[in-house]
Design a protein around this ligand. Sequence first.
Ligand code: PLP
Length: 324
Amino acid sequence: MASTYVAGGDVEYGRYGNPTWTAFEEALGGLEGGRCLAFASGLAAVATIFDLVGNGQKVVAPRHAYLGSIMQLGDLELRERVKPTLVDITDTAAVVAACDDASLVWLESPTNPAMEVADIPTICEAAHAAGAYVVVDNTFATPILQQPLDLGADLVVHSVTKYISGHADALMGALVTRDDELYGVLKGRRDMYGAIPGTLEAWLALRGLRTLPLRMERAQANAQELVRRLGERADVSEVRYPGFGAIVGMVLPNGGIADLVQHGTALWVYATSLGGVESTLERRRRWKSEPATIPEGLIRLSVGIEDIEDLWDDLSQALDSAVG
Ligand SMILES: Cc1ncc(COP(=O)(O)O)c(C=O)c1O
């Protein structure tokens, strides 16, 4: 904990660096295979990237990217700063075609909460041929399951708030890149604009990171079993799951039933956010700005590390009473 340092050392002031950030950045950078910068939140990291786009330039992004990222693009469009083109990231040919005159291609894979997966290597190739940078929001997969820099991306962004930190007790973000020039520009922006994490948050995130592989393994195993069991229930219209990770989209016949389920659990916490050790759930369309292409009855399950039978007992009793 320090806001300033003895003059003449490596770091002069707390906005430019902190040994606890450095420890965290070395750990996450190592996992993603690049140099990492910690930020105040996921959206502070996202805003720092969008700020690099030249005036009037085109940004390609998934129509179902995280709402906050889409809202930033909408705000920038309104102010005629950038020209966003929203695409269906599962339609690789359409994404490749949209890359043509783009300056930035934003990917999120899987998407939040539609659970769509992008063909990252093919899109990176097309974007680079057009001279565009590619950013992948890797919040859902984490570097344990997917390493976008190895797939060709220039930058990885994380809401550290979620799996990386993992205990729903800290807000933080991060960027990772292998491009030293880009790293220098981004660090300069963080120094200048001050979207820096708190020392305590960095310490909590670093502590959380130590158990990331164990948490992901258990949460993913729980999610896969829940997907199997939910698939056997006639009252669940659709289960959206890309085959990896611990976020599941459970689509119920309508918003009314989904509301009853999200209020009807005891162990599962009705709350936004995701990626913590405790399981949470929420009907995403409760947020007015969530796109109409997300079904009214879609509940996003963030599966935690509890006992699978406890999770199933609680969820199935909530489903039974909502449809009964
Ligand atoms: C995929 C994804 N990216 C970015 C963010 C934003 O992160 P933060 O809430 O840490 O600002 C979120 C938050 O929900 C997210 O789910």
